[in-house]
Design a protein around this ligand. Structure first.
Ligand SMILES: Nc1ncnc2c1ncn2[C@@H]1O[C@H](COP(=O)(O)OP(=O)(O)O)[C@@H](O)[C@H]1O
Ligand SMILES: [Mg+2]
Length: 277
C-alpha cells in the first residue's frame, strides 16, 4: 500500500517533528538518523499510537490521520520488542488475528504461513523464553505480518544482535521483502543496514528530512555536511569473512564517495579498509 505523510508535526520540549514522506507500495524504505532524532516517535505517529498536531497521513487514497491505531492495519515491530512470555510461539503470532476475531481455521492457516515466511516451521509449540535472539526477532516479525498488514513498521529490528546474526537477519529481511508484496518502513541508525535493504533512504536529523533518494544517490551525492558525515567513509554492499595474516577481515564490494564501486578488504570491525582494485 502506498503511504503519504504530508507535513506532520509534533512538538516536544526538546524536539520538533516536522516530516513529509512518500512510500511506494511494495517498497522497502529506511529512515536513517542518529539516536534521539525522532525515529521511534515518527513510527508512533504513522501507526497512530501518537496523535499528530498538524498535517495529514494517507494510507493509499484514504486519510488515516484521526483513525485509531487498531484500525490502521499496520504491523509493528518495536525496538527491543518483547514477546508475550506466557504465550507460546503460535499464540504470539496469532495474537493480532485473534484480536481481529478471525476463525480458528484462518488463524491456523495464517500463523503457519507467517512461520514459513520467517523460517520457523515447527516452532509453533515452543515457549518464547527458550528461543534464541534471532528466533525471537523473527517471531516478533511473524507476529507483525501474520494479519497481512498494509504497512510493516520496523524500529531498529537488527539492533543488539551480534554481528553474525545481524548479517543473517539482514538477508532474511531482504528475502522477506522480495518474496512478499509487503510495504516496509524501517527506522535505524545504521546506514549499512539501510543501504543493503532499501529501495529508498531518508536521512533524518532533528525531526526533519535532510535528504531522501536511492541509496547510491544519497551516498554518492550527499547534499550537506550532516548527510556526508552520517553516511560515513564507505558502504559495504556485499562481502564475506576472510582470515588475512591471522586477522579477521571482510572481503567485498563496497562504495566510496570519491571512487564509486570497488572491491576492498575491510577489517572486521569495519574501521579500516584497503582497496583491492
Ligand atoms: N513523550 C515525550 N515527551 C517528551 N519528549 C519526547 C517524548 N517522546 C519523544 N520525545 C523527544 O523526542 C526525542 C527523540 O525520541 P525518539 O523518537 O525516541 O528518537 P530515536 O528513536 O530517533 O532515538 C527524545 O529525546 C525527546 O526529546
Ligand atoms: Mg528509537
Amino acid at each position: 500500500m502506498k503511504v503519504k505523510i504530508e507535513k506532520i508535526e509534533k512538538s516536544f520540549p526538546e524536539l520538533k517533528i516536522d516530516f513529509s514522506l512518500e512510500v511506494e507500495s511494495g517498497s522497502f524504505t529506511s529512515i536513517v538518523g542518529p539516536s534521539g532524532c525522532g525515529k521511534t516517535t515518527l513510527l508512533k505517529l504513522i501507526s497512530g499510537l501518537l496523535e499528530t498536531e498538524k498535517g495529514k497521513i494517507f494510507f493509499g487514497e484514504k486519510e488515516v490521520t484521526k483513525i485509531p491505531p487498531e484500525k490502521r492495519n499496520t504491523g509493528l515491530v518495536f525496538q527491543n520488542d518483547t514477546l508475550f512470555s506466557h504465550l507460546n510461539v503460535f499464540d504470539n503470532i496469532g495474537f493480532g488475528l485473534k484480536m481481529r476475531k478471525k476463525s480458528k481455521k484462518e488463524i491456523e492457516k495464517k500463523v503457519l504461513n507467517a512461520l514459513e515466511l520467517v523460517h520457523l516451521q515447527g516452532f509453533e509449540n515452543r515457549e518464547v523464553n527458550n528461543l534464541s535472539g534471532g528466533e525471537k526477532r523473527r517471531t516478533a516479525i511473524a507476529r507483525a505480518i501474520s494479519f497481512e498488514p498494509d504497512l510493516l513498521l520496523l524500529d531498529e529490528p537488527l539492533n543488539g544482535l551480534d554481528a553474525k546474526l545481524k548479517e543473517k537477519m539482514k538477508l532474511f529481511l531482504k528475502e522477506l521483502s522480495e518474496k512478499t508484496s509487503l510495504t516496509v518502513l524501517m527506522v535505524t541508525h545504521d546506514i549499512d543496514e539501510a543501504f543493503f535493504l532499501s529501495d529508498k533512504i531518508v536521512v533524518m536529523n532533528n525531526g526533519r528530512v535532510e535528504q531522501e533518494g536511492k541509496p547510491e544517490e544519497i551516498f554518492l551525492n550527499p547534499i550537506n555536511a550532516f548527510v556526508k558525515n552520517f553516511v560515513s567513509d564507505y558502504v559495504l554492499i556485499e562481502g564475506k569473512p576472510r582470515i588475512v595474516n591471522g586477522k579477521k577481515m571482510i572481503e567485498g564490494k563496497f562504495l566510496l564517495p570519491a571512487k564509486g564501486k570497488g572491491k576492498a578488504l575491510i577489517n572486521f570491525k569495519k574501521t579500516n579498509y584497503k582497496f583491492l582494485d
